[in-house]
Design a protein around this ligand. Sequence first.
Ligand code: CA
Length: 237
Amino acid sequence: MPESKPNVLVVEDDKNISDFLAAILTSNGYGVMCASEGKKAISMTADNRFDVILLDLGLPDLDGIKVLKSIREWSNLPIIVVSAREDELEKVEALDAGADDYVTKPFGNNELLARIRTTMRVHRRAFGDEAEAEPRYSADGLNVDYERRRITKHGASIHLTPIEYKIVVLLSQSAGKVLTRDYIITRVWGEHYDGDDQILRVNMANIRRKLEDNPADPRYILTEVGVGYRMIEEGAE
Ligand code: CA
């Protein structure tokens, strides 16, 4: 079945980078439009139907975070922030402002394309009409069966506390996408939890002890330093 070509808006003021991104995306079957300024990006988003926005945060006229917040006032379309720096606070700020994920320059083509595919899929699952309510998550021998509330690894049951289970379900349902520590804490312990994130670290250490072959070198739930956690994509080997 021929799929309609996903359209990407590349928001980037560095012409070399935006040409480069446009070339990669076009050769991988995406439709591409480019904007070199924040205001232009906002008006183009209002006038077109994009499937994903790649948003550079350092723009000449308007801070990328402002562009993000402005678009989020009326649209939930997937936005991947392209960050120039290993700046964790900036990434957290972008994610809190509604970005779906980020890539850090310099990034490889495969990483970028994988991030775009994942973001679109997680988004479809959350907002799409296809309502892909998967009954389970499965990757590299690990299975989470949401209906039976059962987790197995290579067929053997893994026993988690209710809180640990909630964390794993949350991460697995957004597998491939980074979730910030604040987001996880709010979803698991509720909006009114006002403690620090030590509670999450403790639970994550316990989850890894039960799930991972080597908790010090995890392969199912990865740490995004200073930001949060990312569970590996379904079907990953
Ligand atoms: Ca820039």
